[in-house]
Write a protein that binds this ligand. Structure first.
Ligand code: ASP
Ligand code: MG
Length: 463
Protein backbone atom coordinates (compact mmCIF):
# COMPACT_ATOMS: atom_id res chain seq x y z
CA UNK A 1 0.00 0.00 0.00
CA UNK A 2 0.91 3.63 -0.39
CA UNK A 3 0.15 5.43 2.88
CA UNK A 4 0.48 8.99 4.14
CA UNK A 5 1.32 8.91 7.85
CA UNK A 6 0.87 12.12 9.78
CA UNK A 7 2.22 12.41 13.31
CA UNK A 8 0.61 14.90 15.69
CA UNK A 9 2.47 17.04 18.18
CA UNK A 10 1.95 14.76 21.19
CA UNK A 11 3.27 11.79 19.21
CA UNK A 12 6.42 13.87 18.71
CA UNK A 13 6.34 15.28 22.25
CA UNK A 14 9.97 14.46 23.12
CA UNK A 15 12.98 12.60 21.80
CA UNK A 16 11.79 9.17 22.93
CA UNK A 17 8.44 9.73 21.28
CA UNK A 18 10.06 10.83 18.04
CA UNK A 19 12.15 7.67 18.10
CA UNK A 20 9.03 5.63 18.71
CA UNK A 21 7.27 7.29 15.76
CA UNK A 22 10.32 6.66 13.58
CA UNK A 23 10.23 2.96 14.45
CA UNK A 24 6.56 2.76 13.53
CA UNK A 25 7.40 4.27 10.15
CA UNK A 26 10.31 1.93 9.58
CA UNK A 27 8.18 -1.11 10.43
CA UNK A 28 5.52 -0.13 7.93
CA UNK A 29 8.09 0.56 5.24
CA UNK A 30 8.78 -3.15 4.98
CA UNK A 31 5.58 -3.67 3.07
CA UNK A 32 4.44 -0.18 2.12
CA UNK A 33 5.41 3.11 0.59
CA UNK A 34 5.08 5.81 3.24
CA UNK A 35 4.91 9.59 2.95
CA UNK A 36 5.57 11.10 6.39
CA UNK A 37 3.96 14.33 7.59
CA UNK A 38 5.08 15.87 10.89
CA UNK A 39 3.34 18.38 13.12
CA UNK A 40 5.36 20.62 15.35
CA UNK A 41 6.38 19.13 18.69
CA UNK A 42 3.62 19.48 21.29
CA UNK A 43 3.11 23.06 22.45
CA UNK A 44 5.65 24.60 20.06
CA UNK A 45 3.18 26.24 17.69
CA UNK A 46 1.48 27.90 20.67
CA UNK A 47 4.86 29.17 21.81
CA UNK A 48 5.59 30.57 18.37
CA UNK A 49 2.29 32.43 18.37
CA UNK A 50 3.09 33.79 21.81
CA UNK A 51 6.49 34.94 20.54
CA UNK A 52 4.74 37.09 17.96
CA UNK A 53 2.47 38.64 20.59
CA UNK A 54 5.36 39.29 22.96
CA UNK A 55 7.31 40.84 20.09
CA UNK A 56 4.49 43.21 19.24
CA UNK A 57 4.29 44.30 22.86
CA UNK A 58 8.03 44.86 22.98
CA UNK A 59 8.67 42.30 25.71
CA UNK A 60 12.36 41.69 25.05
CA UNK A 61 12.96 39.45 28.05
CA UNK A 62 9.93 37.24 27.45
CA UNK A 63 10.94 36.85 23.85
CA UNK A 64 14.40 35.71 24.89
CA UNK A 65 12.99 33.23 27.39
CA UNK A 66 10.60 31.71 24.89
CA UNK A 67 13.24 31.49 22.16
CA UNK A 68 15.48 29.65 24.61
CA UNK A 69 12.69 27.30 25.62
CA UNK A 70 12.05 26.46 21.99
CA UNK A 71 15.69 25.71 21.25
CA UNK A 72 16.09 23.72 24.50
CA UNK A 73 13.10 21.54 23.73
CA UNK A 74 14.42 20.65 20.29
CA UNK A 75 18.03 20.13 21.32
CA UNK A 76 16.92 17.84 24.13
CA UNK A 77 14.66 15.93 21.78
CA UNK A 78 17.48 15.56 19.30
CA UNK A 79 19.77 14.25 22.00
CA UNK A 80 17.27 11.59 23.06
CA UNK A 81 16.07 10.64 19.58
CA UNK A 82 19.48 9.90 18.07
CA UNK A 83 22.60 8.07 19.27
CA UNK A 84 24.96 8.41 16.32
CA UNK A 85 27.16 11.39 17.22
CA UNK A 86 28.01 12.43 13.67
CA UNK A 87 24.40 12.41 12.61
CA UNK A 88 23.50 14.31 15.76
CA UNK A 89 26.01 16.99 14.86
CA UNK A 90 24.59 17.26 11.39
CA UNK A 91 21.01 17.68 12.61
CA UNK A 92 22.12 20.05 15.34
CA UNK A 93 23.56 22.33 12.70
CA UNK A 94 20.25 22.26 10.80
CA UNK A 95 18.40 23.19 13.99
CA UNK A 96 20.84 25.99 14.87
CA UNK A 97 20.38 27.49 11.42
CA UNK A 98 16.62 27.48 11.92
CA UNK A 99 16.89 28.97 15.42
CA UNK A 100 18.92 31.83 13.97
CA UNK A 101 16.47 32.39 11.18
CA UNK A 102 13.61 32.40 13.68
CA UNK A 103 15.43 34.78 15.98
CA UNK A 104 16.00 37.27 13.17
CA UNK A 105 12.33 37.21 12.21
CA UNK A 106 11.17 37.70 15.78
CA UNK A 107 13.67 40.51 16.31
CA UNK A 108 12.17 42.42 13.41
CA UNK A 109 8.73 42.14 15.03
CA UNK A 110 10.25 43.26 18.29
CA UNK A 111 11.82 46.36 16.75
CA UNK A 112 8.89 47.33 14.59
CA UNK A 113 6.31 46.44 17.26
CA UNK A 114 4.19 45.29 14.39
CA UNK A 115 3.30 42.04 12.68
CA UNK A 116 1.52 41.27 9.43
CA UNK A 117 -0.41 38.05 8.74
CA UNK A 118 2.35 37.18 6.34
CA UNK A 119 5.20 37.54 8.81
CA UNK A 120 3.18 35.76 11.48
CA UNK A 121 2.80 32.74 9.18
CA UNK A 122 6.51 32.77 8.57
CA UNK A 123 7.27 32.76 12.29
CA UNK A 124 4.79 30.06 13.26
CA UNK A 125 6.06 27.81 10.46
CA UNK A 126 9.22 27.00 12.39
CA UNK A 127 7.69 24.30 14.59
CA UNK A 128 7.17 21.91 11.69
CA UNK A 129 10.46 22.84 10.10
CA UNK A 130 12.29 21.92 13.28
CA UNK A 131 10.44 18.68 14.02
CA UNK A 132 10.95 17.29 10.50
CA UNK A 133 14.71 17.72 10.79
CA UNK A 134 14.79 15.63 13.97
CA UNK A 135 12.53 13.03 12.39
CA UNK A 136 14.91 12.92 9.44
CA UNK A 137 17.78 12.20 11.81
CA UNK A 138 15.85 9.50 13.66
CA UNK A 139 14.78 7.73 10.47
CA UNK A 140 18.22 8.02 8.92
CA UNK A 141 19.68 6.40 12.00
CA UNK A 142 17.25 3.51 11.56
CA UNK A 143 18.61 3.02 8.06
CA UNK A 144 15.71 4.61 6.19
CA UNK A 145 16.60 6.46 3.00
CA UNK A 146 14.63 9.67 3.49
CA UNK A 147 14.49 13.38 2.77
CA UNK A 148 12.87 16.28 4.63
CA UNK A 149 10.91 18.88 2.73
CA UNK A 150 9.00 22.01 3.69
CA UNK A 151 5.39 22.03 2.49
CA UNK A 152 6.19 24.38 -0.38
CA UNK A 153 9.17 22.31 -1.49
CA UNK A 154 6.90 19.27 -1.50
CA UNK A 155 4.72 21.15 -3.98
CA UNK A 156 1.84 22.46 -1.87
CA UNK A 157 0.77 25.84 -3.27
CA UNK A 158 -1.99 27.89 -1.65
CA UNK A 159 -3.80 31.18 -2.06
CA UNK A 160 -2.49 34.13 -0.04
CA UNK A 161 -5.03 33.92 2.76
CA UNK A 162 -2.32 33.91 5.41
CA UNK A 163 -3.27 32.08 8.58
CA UNK A 164 -5.96 30.01 6.90
CA UNK A 165 -4.72 29.41 3.38
CA UNK A 166 -6.45 27.06 0.94
CA UNK A 167 -4.54 24.83 -1.44
CA UNK A 168 -4.72 25.52 -5.17
CA UNK A 169 -5.43 21.93 -5.99
CA UNK A 170 -4.57 21.72 -9.68
CA UNK A 171 -1.12 23.19 -9.46
CA UNK A 172 -0.51 21.42 -6.15
CA UNK A 173 -1.36 18.07 -7.65
CA UNK A 174 1.02 18.61 -10.54
CA UNK A 175 3.85 19.82 -8.33
CA UNK A 176 3.45 17.21 -5.59
CA UNK A 177 3.38 14.39 -8.13
CA UNK A 178 6.46 15.74 -9.80
CA UNK A 179 8.46 16.39 -6.65
CA UNK A 180 7.42 13.62 -4.26
CA UNK A 181 6.63 11.12 -7.02
CA UNK A 182 10.23 11.19 -8.18
CA UNK A 183 11.47 10.61 -4.63
CA UNK A 184 9.13 7.67 -4.13
CA UNK A 185 10.21 6.20 -7.47
CA UNK A 186 13.77 6.21 -6.17
CA UNK A 187 12.77 4.55 -2.90
CA UNK A 188 13.26 7.71 -0.85
CA UNK A 189 10.75 8.36 1.94
CA UNK A 190 9.61 12.00 2.00
CA UNK A 191 9.21 13.71 5.39
CA UNK A 192 7.02 16.74 4.85
CA UNK A 193 6.25 19.58 7.24
CA UNK A 194 2.55 19.66 8.06
CA UNK A 195 0.63 22.92 8.33
CA UNK A 196 2.83 25.04 6.09
CA UNK A 197 2.91 25.72 2.38
CA UNK A 198 3.72 28.58 0.02
CA UNK A 199 1.63 30.92 -2.11
CA UNK A 200 2.24 31.38 -5.82
CA UNK A 201 5.06 33.83 -5.11
CA UNK A 202 6.78 31.27 -2.91
CA UNK A 203 5.96 33.09 0.34
CA UNK A 204 5.28 30.87 3.37
CA UNK A 205 1.60 30.36 4.24
CA UNK A 206 -0.17 28.18 6.83
CA UNK A 207 -3.30 26.10 6.51
CA UNK A 208 -4.83 27.10 9.87
CA UNK A 209 -4.41 25.55 13.33
CA UNK A 210 -4.32 21.78 13.26
CA UNK A 211 -3.46 22.02 9.57
CA UNK A 212 -1.08 19.06 9.48
CA UNK A 213 -4.05 16.74 9.01
CA UNK A 214 -4.93 18.81 5.99
CA UNK A 215 -1.39 18.53 4.62
CA UNK A 216 -1.69 14.75 4.96
CA UNK A 217 -4.92 14.48 3.00
CA UNK A 218 -3.76 16.98 0.37
CA UNK A 219 -0.69 14.82 -0.25
CA UNK A 220 -2.85 11.70 -0.18
CA UNK A 221 -5.12 13.17 -2.82
CA UNK A 222 -2.23 14.24 -5.03
CA UNK A 223 -0.37 10.95 -4.82
CA UNK A 224 -3.37 8.60 -5.17
CA UNK A 225 -2.54 6.86 -1.92
CA UNK A 226 -4.53 3.98 -0.52
CA UNK A 227 -4.90 5.36 2.98
CA UNK A 228 -4.07 8.35 5.17
CA UNK A 229 -3.19 7.53 8.78
CA UNK A 230 -3.45 10.27 11.36
CA UNK A 231 -1.34 9.23 14.33
CA UNK A 232 -2.00 10.91 17.65
CA UNK A 233 -2.22 9.96 21.31
CA UNK A 234 -5.75 8.52 21.33
CA UNK A 235 -7.06 5.19 20.13
CA UNK A 236 -9.53 6.87 17.80
CA UNK A 237 -12.73 8.85 17.78
CA UNK A 238 -14.70 8.11 20.92
CA UNK A 239 -18.41 7.79 21.65
CA UNK A 240 -17.88 10.53 24.25
CA UNK A 241 -15.09 12.24 26.13
CA UNK A 242 -13.77 9.54 28.49
CA UNK A 243 -13.26 12.23 31.13
CA UNK A 244 -17.03 12.67 31.16
CA UNK A 245 -18.25 9.16 30.41
CA UNK A 246 -16.19 6.43 32.05
CA UNK A 247 -17.20 3.67 29.67
CA UNK A 248 -16.79 5.72 26.49
CA UNK A 249 -15.57 3.52 23.64
CA UNK A 250 -13.57 3.89 20.47
CA UNK A 251 -15.82 4.00 17.40
CA UNK A 252 -14.49 1.47 14.88
CA UNK A 253 -15.88 3.12 11.74
CA UNK A 254 -17.49 6.41 10.91
CA UNK A 255 -18.56 7.91 7.63
CA UNK A 256 -16.90 11.03 6.28
CA UNK A 257 -19.99 13.09 7.06
CA UNK A 258 -20.03 11.87 10.64
CA UNK A 259 -16.33 12.57 11.04
CA UNK A 260 -16.71 16.06 9.58
CA UNK A 261 -19.61 16.72 11.91
CA UNK A 262 -17.53 15.54 14.85
CA UNK A 263 -14.58 17.65 13.74
CA UNK A 264 -16.78 20.73 13.55
CA UNK A 265 -17.79 20.12 17.12
CA UNK A 266 -14.20 19.85 18.15
CA UNK A 267 -13.79 16.10 18.61
CA UNK A 268 -10.12 15.29 18.95
CA UNK A 269 -8.40 18.01 16.97
CA UNK A 270 -9.52 17.04 13.51
CA UNK A 271 -9.02 19.94 11.14
CA UNK A 272 -12.54 20.50 9.75
CA UNK A 273 -11.47 20.84 6.14
CA UNK A 274 -8.91 18.08 6.32
CA UNK A 275 -11.30 15.39 5.25
CA UNK A 276 -12.38 17.09 2.01
CA UNK A 277 -9.49 15.92 -0.19
CA UNK A 278 -9.77 12.37 1.16
CA UNK A 279 -13.51 12.32 0.62
CA UNK A 280 -13.09 13.62 -2.90
CA UNK A 281 -10.55 10.97 -3.79
CA UNK A 282 -12.27 8.22 -1.80
CA UNK A 283 -9.21 7.65 0.35
CA UNK A 284 -9.71 5.87 3.65
CA UNK A 285 -8.53 7.79 6.69
CA UNK A 286 -7.47 6.03 9.89
CA UNK A 287 -6.98 7.60 13.28
CA UNK A 288 -4.37 5.70 15.26
CA UNK A 289 -2.41 5.91 18.48
CA UNK A 290 1.41 5.93 18.42
CA UNK A 291 1.40 4.77 22.04
CA UNK A 292 -0.82 1.80 21.21
CA UNK A 293 -0.05 1.11 17.56
CA UNK A 294 -1.58 -2.34 17.40
CA UNK A 295 -5.06 -1.01 18.29
CA UNK A 296 -7.20 -0.79 15.15
CA UNK A 297 -8.17 2.86 15.68
CA UNK A 298 -11.06 4.53 13.91
CA UNK A 299 -11.58 4.12 10.20
CA UNK A 300 -13.21 6.97 8.31
CA UNK A 301 -14.63 5.71 5.07
CA UNK A 302 -17.10 6.41 2.27
CA UNK A 303 -18.68 3.00 2.31
CA UNK A 304 -20.82 3.59 5.34
CA UNK A 305 -20.98 0.37 7.22
CA UNK A 306 -24.02 0.92 9.39
CA UNK A 307 -23.27 0.17 12.97
CA UNK A 308 -25.98 -0.95 15.34
CA UNK A 309 -26.77 2.41 16.83
CA UNK A 310 -28.28 5.41 15.06
CA UNK A 311 -26.30 7.63 17.40
CA UNK A 312 -22.52 7.36 17.15
CA UNK A 313 -21.21 9.97 19.55
CA UNK A 314 -22.23 12.56 22.10
CA UNK A 315 -19.98 15.58 22.31
CA UNK A 316 -19.74 18.41 24.76
CA UNK A 317 -18.66 21.76 23.37
CA UNK A 318 -17.45 24.16 26.00
CA UNK A 319 -16.32 27.79 25.89
CA UNK A 320 -19.34 28.93 23.97
CA UNK A 321 -21.78 31.74 24.57
CA UNK A 322 -25.39 32.21 23.56
CA UNK A 323 -26.90 35.45 22.36
CA UNK A 324 -30.65 35.88 22.23
CA UNK A 325 -32.04 38.73 20.20
CA UNK A 326 -35.65 39.63 20.98
CA UNK A 327 -38.14 42.06 19.59
CA UNK A 328 -41.87 41.92 18.90
CA UNK A 329 -41.38 43.99 15.76
CA UNK A 330 -39.11 41.37 14.26
CA UNK A 331 -42.20 39.33 13.52
CA UNK A 332 -42.99 39.15 9.85
CA UNK A 333 -40.10 41.36 8.88
CA UNK A 334 -37.58 39.64 6.74
CA UNK A 335 -34.01 40.67 7.12
CA UNK A 336 -33.27 40.57 10.83
CA UNK A 337 -31.49 37.26 10.67
CA UNK A 338 -29.64 38.42 7.58
CA UNK A 339 -28.51 41.47 9.45
CA UNK A 340 -27.29 39.40 12.38
CA UNK A 341 -25.36 37.06 10.12
CA UNK A 342 -23.93 39.91 8.11
CA UNK A 343 -22.78 41.81 11.19
CA UNK A 344 -21.00 38.81 12.61
CA UNK A 345 -19.55 37.70 9.29
CA UNK A 346 -18.02 41.12 8.83
CA UNK A 347 -16.17 40.58 12.10
CA UNK A 348 -15.15 37.09 11.06
CA UNK A 349 -17.14 35.56 13.90
CA UNK A 350 -18.32 32.08 13.13
CA UNK A 351 -21.84 31.11 14.15
CA UNK A 352 -21.93 27.60 15.56
CA UNK A 353 -25.68 27.30 16.01
CA UNK A 354 -28.68 29.42 15.16
CA UNK A 355 -32.35 28.97 15.83
CA UNK A 356 -35.40 31.12 15.52
CA UNK A 357 -38.73 30.64 17.18
CA UNK A 358 -41.66 30.18 14.80
CA UNK A 359 -43.18 33.34 16.19
CA UNK A 360 -40.06 35.08 14.82
CA UNK A 361 -39.90 37.20 17.95
CA UNK A 362 -36.55 35.84 19.03
CA UNK A 363 -33.38 34.49 17.47
CA UNK A 364 -30.70 32.64 19.40
CA UNK A 365 -27.17 32.11 18.22
CA UNK A 366 -24.20 30.31 19.69
CA UNK A 367 -20.64 31.51 19.16
CA UNK A 368 -17.25 30.88 20.73
CA UNK A 369 -17.00 32.62 24.07
CA UNK A 370 -13.88 34.55 23.08
CA UNK A 371 -15.91 36.51 20.51
CA UNK A 372 -18.76 37.41 22.83
CA UNK A 373 -17.78 40.96 23.75
CA UNK A 374 -17.09 41.91 20.17
CA UNK A 375 -20.26 40.25 18.88
CA UNK A 376 -22.38 41.93 21.50
CA UNK A 377 -21.08 45.41 20.83
CA UNK A 378 -21.35 45.05 17.06
CA UNK A 379 -24.87 43.62 17.24
CA UNK A 380 -25.98 46.34 19.62
CA UNK A 381 -24.69 49.00 17.26
CA UNK A 382 -26.25 47.35 14.23
CA UNK A 383 -29.61 46.35 15.66
CA UNK A 384 -30.71 48.29 18.69
CA UNK A 385 -31.04 51.56 16.81
CA UNK A 386 -33.40 49.95 14.34
CA UNK A 387 -36.29 49.63 16.81
CA UNK A 388 -36.85 46.13 15.49
CA UNK A 389 -34.86 44.67 18.31
CA UNK A 390 -35.71 45.39 21.89
CA UNK A 391 -33.14 43.44 23.74
CA UNK A 392 -30.03 41.34 23.29
CA UNK A 393 -29.24 38.91 26.04
CA UNK A 394 -25.86 37.25 26.45
CA UNK A 395 -25.26 34.08 28.42
CA UNK A 396 -21.77 32.86 29.09
CA UNK A 397 -22.41 29.96 31.40
CA UNK A 398 -23.69 27.57 28.73
CA UNK A 399 -22.39 24.68 26.68
CA UNK A 400 -23.53 22.75 23.63
CA UNK A 401 -24.30 19.05 23.60
CA UNK A 402 -24.06 17.59 20.10
CA UNK A 403 -25.46 14.18 19.25
CA UNK A 404 -23.97 12.83 16.02
CA UNK A 405 -24.89 9.88 13.84
CA UNK A 406 -25.83 9.29 10.24
CA UNK A 407 -28.41 6.74 11.25
CA UNK A 408 -30.55 9.51 12.73
CA UNK A 409 -31.49 10.57 9.22
CA UNK A 410 -34.99 9.38 8.60
CA UNK A 411 -35.23 7.56 11.91
CA UNK A 412 -38.23 9.01 13.69
CA UNK A 413 -38.21 9.51 17.41
CA UNK A 414 -34.52 10.27 17.88
CA UNK A 415 -35.19 13.77 19.16
CA UNK A 416 -37.81 12.62 21.63
CA UNK A 417 -35.52 9.90 22.94
CA UNK A 418 -32.59 12.28 23.28
CA UNK A 419 -34.58 15.01 24.99
CA UNK A 420 -36.50 12.49 27.06
CA UNK A 421 -33.26 11.14 28.47
CA UNK A 422 -32.11 14.64 29.32
CA UNK A 423 -35.46 15.66 30.81
CA UNK A 424 -35.43 12.62 33.09
CA UNK A 425 -32.36 14.11 34.76
CA UNK A 426 -34.24 17.32 35.36
CA UNK A 427 -32.00 19.29 33.01
CA UNK A 428 -33.43 22.34 31.35
CA UNK A 429 -32.72 22.75 27.62
CA UNK A 430 -32.19 26.35 26.54
CA UNK A 431 -32.01 26.07 22.77
CA UNK A 432 -32.20 23.36 20.14
CA UNK A 433 -30.94 23.11 16.57
CA UNK A 434 -30.94 20.29 14.11
CA UNK A 435 -29.21 20.60 10.79
CA UNK A 436 -31.41 19.59 7.89
CA UNK A 437 -28.83 16.94 7.13
CA UNK A 438 -30.18 15.25 10.26
CA UNK A 439 -26.64 14.19 11.06
CA UNK A 440 -26.69 15.91 14.39
CA UNK A 441 -28.95 17.31 17.02
CA UNK A 442 -27.37 20.01 19.12
CA UNK A 443 -28.77 21.74 22.13
CA UNK A 444 -27.69 24.25 24.73
CA UNK A 445 -27.73 23.67 28.48
CA UNK A 446 -26.19 25.38 31.47
CA UNK A 447 -22.47 24.65 31.87
CA UNK A 448 -23.03 22.68 35.04
CA UNK A 449 -25.59 20.39 33.34
CA UNK A 450 -23.44 19.53 30.32
CA UNK A 451 -21.63 16.41 31.58
CA UNK A 452 -24.82 14.94 33.07
CA UNK A 453 -26.70 15.48 29.80
CA UNK A 454 -23.91 13.74 27.87
CA UNK A 455 -24.00 10.77 30.25
CA UNK A 456 -27.78 10.53 30.02
CA UNK A 457 -27.73 10.23 26.23
CA UNK A 458 -24.72 7.93 26.19
CA UNK A 459 -26.61 5.63 28.53
CA UNK A 460 -29.91 5.91 26.68
CA UNK A 461 -28.26 4.69 23.47
CA UNK A 462 -25.99 2.18 25.16
CA UNK A 463 -22.95 3.57 23.43
N1 ASP B 1 1.41 22.71 14.53
C1 ASP B 1 0.17 23.20 14.03
C2 ASP B 1 -0.77 23.52 15.18
O1 ASP B 1 -0.45 23.26 16.31
C3 ASP B 1 -0.45 22.28 13.05
C4 ASP B 1 -0.80 20.91 13.59
O2 ASP B 1 -0.33 20.50 14.64
O3 ASP B 1 -1.55 20.22 12.92
O4 ASP B 1 -1.83 24.03 14.94
MG1 MG C 1 -0.79 20.30 16.91
Amino acid sequence: MRIVMKFGGTSLGDGEKIKNAAKIIRDHLEKNEVIVVCSAMAGITDKLFSLVEKGVRGRVKDVETTLNEISDTHLKALDAALSNENLKKEVKQLLEDLFNELRRAVMSVLYLREVTPRSRDYIVSFGERLSTRIMWGALTELGVNCKYLDGGDAGIVTDSNFGEASPLMEITRLEVRRRLGSLLDRGITPIVTGYIAVNEEGVTTTLGRGGSDYTATILGYCLDVDEVWLWSDVDGLMTADPKIVKNAKVIPTVSFSEAIEMALFGAKNLHPRALEPALQAGIKVRIKNTFNPSAPGTLITTTSEKSGSVVKAVLLVKDVAMLTIRGASMVGRPGTVAKILETLARENINIMMISQSVSESSVSIVIKKQFLAKALSKLETALLGSKLVEDIEAEEDVCVVAVVGEGMRGTPGVASRVFGAVAKKGINIRMIAQGSSELNISFVVKDEDGPEAVRAIHEEYNL
